[in-house]
Design a protein around this ligand. Structure first.
Ligand code: NAD
Length: 514
C-alpha cells in the first residue's frame, strides 16, 4: 500500500490529520496555547498529524481525574468490569484493520505486524474479561483453633503507564486492560514517537466505557519523558508506575519511584540469544532465527541479537542465514513482500553504524549488510541492511542492546560453553534453543541453562503469546506483564485473620495473661 493511501484511510477512520489534543481526563483538553509535536512516519518522513502536548495544568487535571475515576471504577464488581473489557475487545477487533495500519504508519511495522499488535490487544481484553471472574485469593490453614486465614487482592489505585515506541498498542493493553479489570484507573504516557496510536486507542476505549454507562478510566498525557514522564514518577497519587523502555531510562525510573517507596513494574531492554545445536532441525532454526532477528527491523525487546551455533553446523548454518539476509527485502513495510521496514529515526541509524564500527574495531567481522539503504519512494525514511557479524566471546559490543537488525554470530563446542556465552550479557529477557535432543532442551530450561525470564525450545525469542507472563531478569528489570498471574502486580494483597471462636489464642504459642 502507498503511504499516502494509508494516511488517507487513517484520516478517514480517526481524523488525526489536524491538531489533536494530547491530554484526556474524561474530556479532551483544549489545544490552544500548548506546545505542538509533529508526528512523522519513519516510512518516508511524511507528516501524519500534530499533537498539542500536555502542559502543567493538563497534568494536574488528568492525574486528579484518574484519582476520581478510581474511586468510582473500583466499586463496580469485577465480573462487570470484565464484561466491559469484553466490550472493549470487541471494539478493538472491529477496528483492527485501521488501528493496525496506524501502528504500521507510526512505528514502521509491516502490515501483518501492525495487525498482530492490535490482535494482541484484543487477546488481552479477552483475557481480562475472563479474569473478571477469576481474581482469586488463597485460603491458608490457620495454626489457631477457630481461626481462618486468607488473602484478598484489592485494586491498587491509579496506575502510571509509560510506554516505548516499538509496541505502541500491545504494551499499553497488557497494563491498561489487566489493571482495569483488577479495578485500577490509568494515566498513560506513550512515547512521543507514537502518540497518534495512543490518542486513537484512548478515544476508542473510553468511548466503549461511556456507551455502557461506565466512567472513563483510561487517561492520557502526551508529553516529554523528562517533563510529563518525570512528574509521573514523582507523583505520590500513583502507587504503581509500569515502565517499558530502555535500561538507561528504566534505571532512573526505578530510583525515583523507589525514592518515594512507590512500586514499579520494569520491562526494559533485552539482548536475546538463540542457541543452535548440532542436533537442531536447521531449516526450523533458520526460520526461527530469521524471524526473531529481522522482524520489526530488530526493534523488538525480544529481537534475536545473538545466535550461538555449534561448531559442527556453524559454517552450513551461517551460509544459509547469509542467503536469507541477502535476499531479505528492505523497504516500505506497507508493501507486500517487505520483510524489513525502517528504523524509527535517524539517531537509530547512527546507533546501528556506531555499533558496527566499534565491534569491528574489537575484531568482529561483518558477513553481510552493514550499511544504510535507500528505498526508492521512501527517501525520507530510515532504512538499513540487516547485518550479520561474526564475533567471539571477547567482544564487548554484543553485550549492549543496539535497537537495529544486527545479529552477532558465535561458534561453540560444548553446551556448557554455549550457556556461558548465552548468559554473559547483562540483560535477561528472552532466549531460545533449537535442538531435537530432549536432554539439550531440558538442560536449557533447567536452572543451569537460560537465565532469562522467557526460555523457548524450537521457536523464536520473539513473538510471545499473551497467556504467559512476559518479562525478564537482570537489567531487563524483573517485571512481569500480560498473562499467568501478572494481574497481581496491579493489586494490593491483604492478609486477613478471622477469629470466630470465644478465646484469644496467640500465634507461635505466645501467652499474654491479662
Ligand atoms: P526509552 O527508554 O527511550 O523511552 C521509553 C519511554 O520513557 C518513552 O515514553 C519516553 O518518553 C519515556 N521517558 C524518557 N525519559 C523519561 C523520564 N525521565 N521519566 C519518565 N519517562 C521517561 O525507550 P524507547 O527507545 O522508546 O524504546 C526502546 C526500548 O524499550 C528498548 O530498550 C526495548 O528493549 C525496550 N522495550 C522493552 C520491552 C519489554 O517488555 N521488556 C518492550 C518494549 C520495549
Amino acid at each position: 500500500m502507498d503511504v499516502g493511501e494509508a494516511k488517507d484511510r487513517i484520516e478517514a477512520a480517526f481524523g488525526l490529520g489536524e491538531l489533536s489534543s494530547g491530554a484526556y481526563s474524561g474530556a479532551w483538553a483544549a489545544t490552544a496555547g500548548r506546545d505542538v509535536l509533529e508526528c512523522r512516519t519513519p516510512i518516508d518522513g511524511r507528516l501524519l498529524g500534530r499533537v498539542a502536548l500536555a502542559g502543567e495544568d493538563d497534568y494536574q487535571q488528568v492525574v486528579g481525574a484518574s484519582v476520581q475515576a478510581f474511586r468510582e471504577w473500583h466499586r463496580i464488581p469485577a465480573p462487570e468490569r470484565g464484561a466491559l473489557m469484553a466490550a472493549v475487545g470487541a471494539e478493538l477487533a472491529a477496528k483492527k484493520a485501521d488501528l493496525g495500519l496506524l501502528v504500521s504508519l507510526e512505528a514502521g511495522k509491516t502490515i501483518t505486524e501492525g495487525q498482530g499488535e492490535i490482535q494482541e490487544a484484543v487477546d488481552v481484553a479477552r483475557l481480562a474479561a475472563g479474569l473478571g471472574r477469576q481474581l482469586y485469593g488463597l485460603t491458608i490453614a490457620s495454626e489457631r483453633p477457630d481461626h481462618s486465614l486468607r488473602e484478598y487482592w484489592h485494586p491498587l489505585g491509579p496506575v502510571g503507564v509509560v510506554t516505548a515506541f516499538n509496541f505502541p498498542a500491545a504494551v499499553w493493553s497488557w497494563n491498561a486492560l489487566l489493571g482495569a479489570v483488577v479495578g485500577d484507573s490509568m494515566v498513560w504516557k506513550p512515547s512521543s514517537q507514537a502518540p497518534l496510536t495512543a490518542i486513537a486507542l484512548t478515544r476508542l476505549v473510553n468511548g466503549v466505557l461511556q456507551a455502557q454507562g461506565a466512567p472513563p478510566i483510561f487517561m492520557l498525557l502526551v508529553g516529554g519523558g523528562r517533563t510529563v514522564g518525570e512528574r509521573l514518577l514523582e507523583d505520590h497519587r500513583l502507587p504503581l508506575i509500569s515502565f517499558t523502555g530502555s535500561v538507561a531510562t528504566g534505571r532512573h525510573v526505578a530510583q525515583v519511584v523507589a525514592g518515594r517507596l512507590g512500586r514499579t513494574i520494569l520491562e526494559l531492554g533485552g539482548n536475546n540469544g538463540a542457541i543452535v545445536t548440532a542436533r537442531a532441525d536447521l531449516e526450523l532454526a533458520l526460520k526461527g532465527v530469521a524471524f526473531g532477528a529481522l522482524a520489526t527491523a530488530g526493534q523488538r525487546c525480544t529481537s534475536t541479537r545473538r545466535v550461538i551455533v555449534h561448531a559442527g553446523v556453524y559454517t552450513d548454518f551461517l551460509a544459509r542465514l547469509g542467503h536469507v539476509y541477502r535476499m531479505a527485502r528492505v523497504g516500505n513495510p506497507l508493501e507486500d513482500g517487505t520483510l524489513v521496514g525502517p528504523l524509527i529515526d535517524r539517531p537509530a541509524v547512527a546507533s546501528f553504524l556506531d555499533a558496527l564500527e566499534r565491534v569491528q574495531a574489537e575484531g568482529g567481522r561483518v558477513v553481510c549488510g552493514g550499511e544504510p539503504e535507500t528505498v526508492p519512494g521512501c527517501e525520507g525514511g530510515h532504512y538499513v541492511r540487516p547485518t550479520l557479524v561474526e564475533v567471539d566471546p571477547t567482544c564487548r559490543v554484543p553485550l549492549e542492546e543496539t535497537f537495529a537488525p544486527i545479529l552477532y554470530c558465535y561458534r561453540y563446542q560444548s553446551l556448557d560453553e554455549a550457556f556461558a556465552i548465552h548468559n554473559s550479557v547483562p540483560q535477561g529477557l528472552s532466549s531460545a534453543i533449537f535442538t531435537t535432543d530432549l536432554r539439550e532442551a531440558e538442560r536449557f530450561l533447567s536452572a543451569q541453562g537460560s537465565d532469562c525470564g522467557m526460555a523457548n525450545v524450537n521457536t523464536s525469542t520473539a513473538g510471545a503469546e499473551i497467556g504467559g507472563a512476559f518479562g525478564g531478569e537482570k537489567e531487563t528489570g524483573g517485571g512481569r506483564e500480560s498473562g499467568s498471574d501478572a494481574w497481581k502486580a496491579y493489586a494490593r494483597r491483604v492478609t486477613s485473620t478471622v477469629n470466630y471462636g470465644y478465646e484469644l489464642p496467640l500465634a507461635q504459642g505466645v501467652s499474654f495473661p491479662v
